[in-house]
Design a binder for this molecule. Structure first.
Ligand SMILES: Cc1ncc(COP(=O)(O)O)c(C=O)c1O
Length: 472
């Protein structure tokens, strides 16, 4: 290892081998040689059963979080809704997990698996709550932990929310490697895996994603026990897609087939995530379209060869909300419900507030998570940071918000609207990416695979393929 060349190109050329050693999965066994790969087989053979995961998670105090009904927020939504509309709004209080978010479910499985395979430590590349979750679980398991964060722009200025997460990881005993935005992250990550021989606790392994299935399953069980039926809608904040994928799979395992799963992301269209300039122009660090859209249409552009997070397989709708909406709803949650929670969960809450107004009053809508809050994650530091970066912050109609230029706090709660994204367009983008990456002439097995990837039938996929080919 000491003799291997350390320059960027050499390290990147070794990445497949390093990844394989650091996860212990040979992904090629699920590949068909053409476009199709057997996703369910991968989940079956490398994940854990629901019962095993529940056992693992409950033994480290993860899961079994309460469902809270938000009666005052429901009343506010009804005051804004047409006559007779306004579903009951609930949240699953995932901030009650040891590290303060649902990410503990992913980390519990990943760390359990690493320990079972005999790794001495775990590494995760994440600027988000997952770092704290891995650090927390590694602390319980007695494993070493390194978190690699994309934290600063090239001037060394860091987003308050990311700095807060670094603080939390360090408090939980992890070593935090803080990097500037750009390709350096993946390079450093590979190098560290190689140097340490630690386990790659990627967000996108089958064990990580399967860990979220318990969340969806619990929702169904809790609702059946308390209300005698499954909720009508579950809203999931969507970024890399694991939150929605795992939750939806858990609902399916519970047999909750009539529950609609809606993805929600903050609209950051026009801001480029890999751009140094745009890095500090966003007032949120996850749950936005900058991750949500590219990961949905090309799930495998993650840090594993085949991502287990494939949200387009499960989404019934995908809506956006604005940054201003999320700040507003964060304050509503605190001042109307007495719950001070962090931004990612409040993204789906803002969407649920609007979506509830389309639904009847006897229906139930669940926001499937809350996250902890703390210095840097609060509304005030985020808004101060926005102003320092030249962003206009004002009251008005959030539909006028321009990501990277303004944050518009709604003048009235009735201005909070969920905007539907064109899911068929995203599904066609996924198909196009597959055609370009693998083959322009899919086999019947490939068509079936694409139908599963897009939650469509084979005829729809065939038509889409023809359309895409004609446009190229
Ligand atoms: C608290 C919280 N909610 C939701 C998300 C989005 O999850 P995913 O990336 O799996 O879509 C994240 C991810 O960063 C998160 O930390």
């Amino acid at each position: 290892m000491a003799n291997l060349p350390q320059d960027y190109d050499s390290v990147m050329s070794r990445k497949q081998e390093v990844m394989k050693d650091a996860i212990g999965i040979d992904y090629s066994q699920f590949e068909s040689g053409s476009m199709a790969f057997d996703y369910e087989k991968m989940m079956r053979e490398t994940g854990y059963t629901l019962e095993e995961m529940q056992k693992i998670q409950y033994s480290v105090n993860v899961g079994n979080t309460p469902i809270l009904e938000l009666r005052n927020l429901t009343a506010l939504a009804r005051a804004c809704a047409p006559e007779g509309k306004g579903a009951r709004i609930f949240v699953k209080d995932e901030a009650a997990n040891p590290s303060g978010s649902f990410k503990a479910r992913r980390a519990a499985n990943a760390v359990y698996h690493a320990k079972k395979l005999g790794y001495k430590g775990v590494i995760a590349a994440t600027s988000g709550n997952y770092g704290a979750a891995v650090a927390s679980q590694a602390a319980i398991a007695g494993l070493k932990c390194i978190i690699v964060q994309e934290c600063y722009d090239s001037k060394g200025v860091g987003q308050p929310e990311i700095i807060e997460k670094a603080r939390k990881c360090e408090a939980l005993g992890a070593e935090v490697v803080q990097l500037t935005v750009g390709p350096e992250l993946f390079y450093k990550f590979i190098l560290l895996l190689e140097e340490t021989g630690y386990f790659n606790a990627s967000l996108y392994t089958p064990f990580g994603i399967a860990g979220v299935e318990t969340l969806g399953y619990e929702i169904s069980m809790q609702f059946r026990e308390k209300y005698g039926k499954d909720p009508d809608v579950v809203v999931c904040t969507n970024a890399g897609g694991g939150n929605l994928t795992g939750t939806a799979r858990g609902l399916i395992k519970a047999g909750a087939r009539n529950t609609k799963v809606i993805g929600a992301s903050i609209d950051l269209s026009g801001l480029h995530m890999a751009s140094d300039k745009a890095f500090n122009l966003k007032s949120c660090t996850t749950g936005h379209t900058g991750f949500g859209v590219p990961y949905a249409v090309d799930p495998d552009h993650s840090d594993v060869p085949r991502s287990a997070a494939r949200p387009l397989r499960y989404m019934d709708r995908y809506v956006t909300i604005t940054q201003g909406d999320v700040f507003y709803i964060t304050e509503c949650l605190a001042t109307l419900e007495g719950l001070e929670k962090g931004p990612a969960g409040n993204t789906s809450l803002a969407a649920a507030f609007a979506l509830a107004q389309e639904m009847d009053q006897d229906q139930m809508i669940v926001v499937q998570e809350t996250e902890y809050t703390g210095a840097g994650k609060h509304v005030q530091p985020q808004l101060s940071f926005a102003r320092e970066n030249g962003i206009e912050v004002r009251f008005g109609d959030p539909k006028d918000e321009v990501p990277g230029k303004s944050v518009i706090i709604p003048e009235h709660p009735s201005l909070i609207k969920a905007t539907d994204m064109d899911l068929d367009r995203q599904k066609k983008s996924l198909i196009k990416a597959n055609l370009k990456k693998y083959t322009m002439d899919p086999t019947e097995e490939d068509y079936q695979y694409l139908a599963e990837e897009t939650k469509k039938d084979v005829d729809w996929v065939k038509k889409a393929v023809e359309e895409i080919k004609a446009s190229l």
